[in-house]
Write a protein that binds this ligand. Structure first.
Ligand SMILES: *[C@@H]1O[C@H](CO)[C@@H](O)[C@H](O)[C@H]1NC(C)=O
Ligand SMILES: *[C@@H]1O[C@H](CO)[C@@H](O)[C@H](O)[C@H]1NC(C)=O
Ligand SMILES: *[C@@H]1O[C@H](CO)[C@@H](O)[C@H](O)[C@H]1NC(C)=O
Length: 518
C-alpha cells in the first residue's frame, strides 16, 4: 500500500481558524450536495491546506426530497418539512455546509445515514456535516473521527493523529468484541465515548430495555407453569448457541446441571429438542418471534449468562426473561442490582457459594408458588420501585424501536457535533483574548468508560484447568495482548508516526523493552 507522507500538513492545519456561527441571511442559504462538496471543496483542500475551500455553488437551494432527515431529533413528517425544522430549539446555526465542522465515521459498515456518503445534521445546539468518506481524514475541518468499537483495529487507526481532531468511540456491543477498549491505554485514545457503561459520556446501558412497560408484560400463570413442569419440563431453560466465550458460562452450567434439571436447547450443552424445528433458527429469538416467546415463557427460570463479565454490560439475556415473566438466573454485570425494577426480581449467581447452592435455592422456589411469585411483583402496578431505573429511562433521549425518538447512533453523533462546535467556540474565544479566557480543557476518556476485568474461568480456577483447554488458550491471552495493542498505538501517536504499517514493529519493540525490564 502506498501512503503519502502527510504529517507536514499538521502545523498549517493547526493554524487555520474556523469561522464559527457566522450569521447569514436565511434566504441566501445555499447548500452544496455531497458531490460538489468533494469536487469543490474538501478534496482540493486536503491537498492544499493553506487555501480556503473555494466559495462556489453557494446559491443552490435545498431540495427537501434530496435531503434524508434520518438524523437525530428529526420530526416525524420526513418527506415534506424543510431542513430547518429538524434542528433543536437551541440550534441557531445558520452556516452553510462548507463552513460546518466535519465528523468522519471511520467504520466501513456503520454510517447511520441513507443514502449517500455525506449529510448535514442539525443537532440540538449546532450543525455539522457527517461523512464516511475517508479522504477527509486530515482535513482541517474534520474535527472528530467516530469509531465503531467492534471494528476498531489499532493497526488500522488513522495516523498521524491530528491535534485538532478528537476521536469518538461508539461501542454498544460486548467487551469481548474488542478488549483493546477494556484497558486504559486503549480507551484513553478516545475523547468521547458511548458504551454500555453508565460512566461513559453518552451511556447506552439500557439499550436492551425498550420501555418500563416491557417489564410489565404479564407472566404465564403459575398454574400453567406447574402443568408444564408436570408434563416433563425442567424448572430451568438454557438456550445458548454461542459457546467458547470469555465468561466461560458453559463450564458453570455443566456444573449446575449436576444438581438441577435444566432443559438446554442451543448448540452449547444441548440436551433436548425444540418443539418445532423452525425455532432452531436463532433469528426467532432475536426478532422475538411469537412462537419462540410463547414457548420460552413456560419456563419458571431462565439461565441468563452474559458472554462477558463487565460492569453495566446487560443484554436481552436479562431483560427478555423478565418481559416473559421467568426469573432470570443471572451472571453478568456485577452492578446489575442497581438497575433491577425491584429488590426481588432476579437470582444472582454471585450471591451463592456454589452451583449446588444455586440449585437448591431454585428448587426451593420451584416448590413454593408464593415464594416464587414474590419475584414477579415488580410487574404489578407500582411494583417497579427502583427510582434510578425509572429516572434513567425517563432521561434518556434515544429510543429503542421507537420512531418518535432518535436512535442512539444519530444521538451520539449529535452529541459529538455539539461538543465539537462548543470546543471550536471556546478555542476561538481563547485565541481572541487569551488573558481573559481560560484555556479549553482537553476531554479524555477514562478506564471506567468501558474497562472490563480479565476473563476468569466460569467454574473453578485457572490452576485446575488444563492448558490445552480452548478457553484457556483463547481469552486471557486475547485480553492481555489487547492491552499491548493499546500501548503500541499510544506510542505511535506520541511519536507522530505516520505509517500505520509500522504497528507490529512497535508491538515488537514493546515486547523487547518489557522483557529487558524483567
Ligand atoms: C426490599 O425492599 C423492601 C422495601 O424497601 C424491604 O422491606 C425489603 O426488606 C427489601 N428486601 C430485600 C430482600 O432487600
Ligand atoms: C483528545 O484525547 C487525546 C488523548 O487521547 C488528548 O491528547 C487530546 O488533548 C484530546 N483532545 C481534546 C480536544 O480534548
Ligand atoms: C510531534 O509533533 C508535535 C507537534 O505537532 C511536536 O510538538 C512534538 O514534539 C512531536 N513529537 C515527536 C516525538 O516528534
Amino acid at each position: 500500500m502506498h501512503r503519502t507522507r502527510r504529517g507536514s500538513y499538521r502545523c498549517l492545519v493547526a493554524l487555520c481558524a474556523v469561522s464559527l456561527f457566522v450569521p447569514i441571511d436565511v434566504t441566501q442559504r445555499g447548500v452544496s450536495g455531497p458531490e460538489e462538496l468533494w469536487v469543490n471543496g474538501l478534496e482540493d483542500a486536503a491537498v492544499n491546506q493553506e487555501h480556503e475551500p473555494m466559495q462556489t455553488a453557494d446559491n443552490i437551494q435545498w431540495e427537501p426530497s434530496s435531503f434524508q432527515p434520518s438524523s437525530a431529533f428529526s420530526g416525524a413528517d420526513l418527506g415534506t418539512v424543510v431542513a430547518d425544522s429538524y434542528r433543536g430549539p437551541g440550534n441557531n446555526d445558520r452556516r452553510i455546509n462548507k463552513e460546518l465542522p466535519i465528523l468522519l465515521w471511520w467504520s466501513e459498515n456503520l454510517f447511520p445515514h441513507f443514502p449517500g456518503d455525506t449529510e448535514r445534521i442539525d443537532c440540538p445546539f449546532s450543525s455539522c456535516l457527517v461523512t464516511k468518506d475517508k479522504r477527509v481524514k486530515l482535513h482541517k475541518r474534520t474535527k472528530s473521527i467516530i469509531f465503531y468499537g467492534t471494528d476498531f483495529r489499532a493497526y488500522e487507526a488513522p495516523l498521524p493523529r491530528m491535534p485538532h481532531q478528537t476521536w469518538a468511540l461508539f461501542h454498544e456491543e460486548s467487551p469481548m468484541n474488542n478488549y483493546v477498549l477494556s484497558h486504559s491505554p486503549g480507551i484513553r485514545l478516545f475523547n468521547y465515548t458511548a458504551t454500555f457503561r453508565r460512566e461513559s459520556d453518552y451511556p447506552l446501558t439500557l439499550q436492551w430495555l425498550p420501555t418500563i412497560g416491557y417489564l410489565q408484560n404479564p407472566a404465564v400463570s403459575i398454574a400453567e407453569k406447574n402443568r408444564w413442569r408436570k408434563s416433563g419440563y425442567a424448572p430451568v431453560l438454557y438456550m445458548q448457541s454461542h459457546c467458547d466465550v470469555p465468561s466461560d458460562r458453559d463450564r458453570y452450567v455443566k456444573e449446575l446441571m449436576k444438581y438441577l434439571q435444566i432443559d438446554s436447547y442451543g448448540q452449547c450443552l444441548k440436551n433436548r429438542d425444540l418443539p418445532n424445528k423452525r425455532l432452531e433458527d436463532t433469528s426467532t429469538a432475536t426478532t422475538e418471534d411469537p412462537e419462540f416467546m410463547k414457548f420460552t415463557a413456560r419456563y419458571k427460570f431462565h439461565l441468563a449468562m452474559e458472554n462477558a463479565i463487565c460492569a453495566d454490560y446487560m443484554t436481552e439475556k436479562l431483560w427478555r426473561p423478565m418481559h416473559l415473566g421467568a426469573i432470570p438466573v443471572y451472571r453478568g454485570s456485577p452492578s446489575v442490582r442497581d438497575w433491577m425494577p425491584s429488590n426481588l426480581s432476579v437470582i444472582l449467581i454471585e450471591d451463592f457459594e456454589s452451583p449446588k447452592e444455586v440449585a437448591e435455592f431454585i428448587m426451593s422456589l420451584d416448590s413454593d408458588d408464593e415464594k416464587y411469585l414474590k419475584y414477579l411483583e415488580y410487574k404489578k402496578p407500582g411494583g417497579t420501585t427502583n427510582k434510578f431505573l425509572l429516572s434513567s429511562m425517563e432521561k434518556r433521549e434515544w429510543g429503542v424501536n421507537d420512531i418518535t425518538a432518535p436512535n442512539y447512533l444519530n444521538g451520539f453523533e449529535c452529541f459529538v457535533c455539539d461538543k465539537e462546535n462548543f470546543r471550536a467556540g471556546a478555542e476561538k474565544m481563547y485565541k481572541k483574548s487569551p488573558k481573559k479566557t481560560p484555556v479549553p480543557e482537553p476531554h479524555i476518556a477514562e478506564y471506567n468508560h468501558m474497562g472490563c476485568p480479565v476473563p476468569v474461568p466460569g467454574f473453578g480456577t485457572a490452576a485446575e484447568i488444563p492448558e490445552s483447554d480452548s478457553w484457556m488458550q483463547m481469552w486471557p491471552q486475547d485480553y492481555w495482548q489487547s492491552f499491548d495493542q493499546g500501548e503500541a498505538l499510544t506510542e505511535m501517536i506520541l511519536r507522530n508516526e505516520t505509517n500505520q504499517e509500522k504497528f507490529w514493529d512497535y508491538m515488537h519493540e514493546m515486547y523487547i523493552k518489557r522483557s529487558m525490564n524483567h
